[in-house]
Design a protein around this ligand. Structure first.
Ligand code: IPM
Ligand code: MG
Length: 358
């Protein structure tokens, strides 16, 4: 008898509603091919949930996630919900899921498909062969620290957020990062702002302590401002980057541009019993509903789901190879298009990838 996995599907908002159904087609296809049952159940999160229920993460959706083996998410947010209080904005759905599922580790691989070497704004020789993983701490730091809020003080208002990390939080993400580095080129760069922030001083100290258990890994430390410069100047010096929640948010967008488009970057959020998989890009309201969005980041996220949640790296490799072939044949969505290539839409790009998967 074949295994069946229960997967929660949250398209979310904007282009999320277009790319997720396409990624689901890929999921079903690889399910058939490898004789794995995928039991999919969809629910609302983000702005769509606000419209229907008044809150971004309805209990029903959260319970669905908690009772599944993995979550596939599109994107949340859009101008329609921008004026809302922070506590009920679409983005809270994402943050709530990360928190409630205990997903403290976010893996964001920035790899360049060789066919896209000219899609980047950077020079070919700088980015050729780029293969970096940003490991972002995902449930701590300034995103979740208390106190937070906006208070009245002396006739003014004061906005407050708190960057806070405990030994335990740093230790577990550092261990995970060292383990990932061990499976790659055994190089880890920890990024912080230890010249200014105490939370970073502790971060660096704990990472150094954990390193004692990983003497085979070459560890370096870098300040975040320098790292953002080095990523553009000479990205090939990096293999695995470990960093906190806020710096990881910023550096992973930057790393994405080395690969040609943010529409290419998948992610895996791990650490709890249920993994969550999503493209790193947002809901792109400007192109939503036009069949223009690049589905590849979400399709590759499905690959990561099979690799990390179901232990089937072969499915990841298969999907990855299919994407590579389609790109090599010159098909491009608008975000990665350049003259001489064949422009296709969201659905057509997926059709092409499915053809290669059979
Ligand atoms: C990301 C996004 C989110 C974040 C937003 C949408 C809350 O930018 O996943 O990188 O800041 O973490
Ligand atoms: Mg981000």
């Amino acid at each position: 008898m074949s295994t069946t996995y229960k997967i929660a599907v949250f398209p979310g908002d904007g282009i999320g509603k277009e790319i997720v159904p396409q990624a689901v087609r890929v999921m079903k296809e690889v399910g058939n091919k490898y004789n794995i049952g995928v039991d999919l159940e969809e629910a609302l999160v983000g702005g769509s949930a606000i419209d229907e229920y008044g809150i971004p993460l309805p209990e029903k959706s959260l319970q669905l996630a908690l009772n599944s083996e993995a979550v596939l998410l599109g994107a949340v947010g859009g101008p329609k919900w921008e004026g809302l209080d922070y506590s009920i904005r679409p983005e809270r759905a994402l943050l709530g899921l990360r928190e409630k599922l205990g997903l403290f580790a976010n893996l964001r691989p920035a790899r360049l498909f060789s066919a896209l070497v000219d899609a980047s704004t950077l020079k070919r020789e700088v980015i050729e062969g780029i293969d970096i993983v940003v490991i972002r701490e995902l449930t701590g730091g300034i995103y979740f620290g208390k106190p937070r809020g906006i208070e009245k003080a002396d006739g003014q208002e004061r906005g407050i957020n708190t960057e806070v990390y405990t030994t335990y939080e740093i230790e577990r993400i550092a261990r995970l990062a060292f383990n990932v580095a061990r499976g790659r080129s055994k190089k880890l760069c920890s990024v912080d702002k230890a010249n200014v922030l105490e939370s970073s001083e502790l971060w660096r100290r704990v990472v150094n302590t954990v390193h004692k258990d990983y003497q085979d890994i070459e560890l370096s430390h870098m300040y975040v401002d320098n790292c953002s410069m080095q990523l553009i100047r000479n990205p090939k010096q990096f293999d695995v980057i470990l960093t906190n929640n806020m710096f990881g948010d910023i550096l992973s967008d930057e790393a994405a541009m080395l690969t040609g488009s943010i529409g290419m970057l998948p992610s895996a959020s791990l650490g709890g019993e249920v993994g969550m998989y999503e493209p790193i890009h947002g809901s792109a309201p400007d192109i939503a509903g036009q069949n223009k969005a690049n589905p590849i980041a979400t399709i590759l996220s499905v690959g990561m789901m099979f690799k990390y949640s179901f232990g089937m790296e072969i499915v990841f490799t298969d999907i990855d190879a299919a994407v590579n072939k389609v790109l090599n044949k010159g098909y491009r969505t608008a975000d990665i298009y350049s003259a001489g290539n064949k422009l296709v839409g969201t659905k057509e790009m997926t059709d092409l990838i499915l053809d290669e998967l059979i």
